[in-house]
Design a protein around this ligand. Structure first.
Ligand SMILES: O=C[C@H](O)COP(=O)(O)O
Length: 222
């Protein structure tokens, strides 16, 4: 198995934009270099290009539209995030749900531009459906645990196991992340031991006064 991915979604937290986005990316880069664990960040669009420019860690968009470049207004194309330097994009996050046609178009656009797709799902059925579209990753996040401070690894390990089985029954090449309430090295270790390829998290790092300390803890048991 390749190195687990720790992907930190900065969402639209005020603690995750501008100078704070730079500070978190700096911490992620330092901890990644110390530990050898891949740590990516997903900032808002305004911070996407600056972070890609200043840091060598993978930077993801939080959402991307599947439309072609051209006469669209208020959309963000795959070509635009690629030009900004993004490694890939979240798709269908619980806080940015899409239709299945939109999800397919975003995945296809990302694949065509050789960018990484991370499709979020809320249960094993939608995880299986997402896997049928052959993204790079499916990220299973029980919505009720997002931002709760209660870790999916501890509160609902069964949904992780069932989702991994559901995804791999459809497409064994799709890697699986899990998220919601992830906050410690123990949470990450449980998730990886259950068979995931890493975690998607936000509040524990973004809202911390010391993001580097949380990141060091997150990778400490890998
Ligand atoms: O994208 C990240 C997830 O929604 C998890 O958020 P959280 O770590 O704040 O629970």
């Amino acid at each position: 198995m390749s190195s687990p991915l720790i992907l930190v979604n900065l969402k639209t937290y005020k603690e995750g934009m501008g100078n704070r986005a730079h500070m978190i990316a700096q911490a992620a880069q330092a901890v990644s270099q110390e530990s050898g664990v891949t740590i990516g960040v997903a900032p808002g669009y305004i911070d996407l290009h600056p972070l890609c420019h200043h840091f060598s860690i993978p930077v993801y968009a939080q959402h991307v539209d599947g439309c072609e470049p051209g006469a669209n207004t208020g959309h963000t194309t795959v070509e635009a995030i690629r030009a900004a330097g993004a490694a890939g994009s979240l798709v269908n996050h619980s806080e940015r749900r899409l239709t299945i046609a939109d999800i397919e178009a975003s995945i296809r656009g990302l694949r065509n531009q050789k960018l990484i797709s991370v499709v979020c799902s809320n249960n094993e059925s939608t995880s299986a459906g997402a896997a049928a579209l052959a993204p790079d990753y499916v990220a299973i996040e029980p919505p009720e645990l997002i931002g709760s401070g209660v870790s999916v690894s501890k509160a609902n390990p069964e949904i992780i196991k069932r989702s991994i089985a559901a995804v791999h029954a459809v497409n064994p090449n799709v890697r699986v992340l899990t998220g919601a309430g992830i906050q410690s090295g123990e949470c990450v270790k449980i998730a990886v031991d259950l068979g995931t390829d890493g975690v998607l998290l936000a509040s524990s790092v973004v809202k911390s006064k010391e993001p580097a300390a949380i990141l060091r803890d997150l990778v400490s048991k890998l």
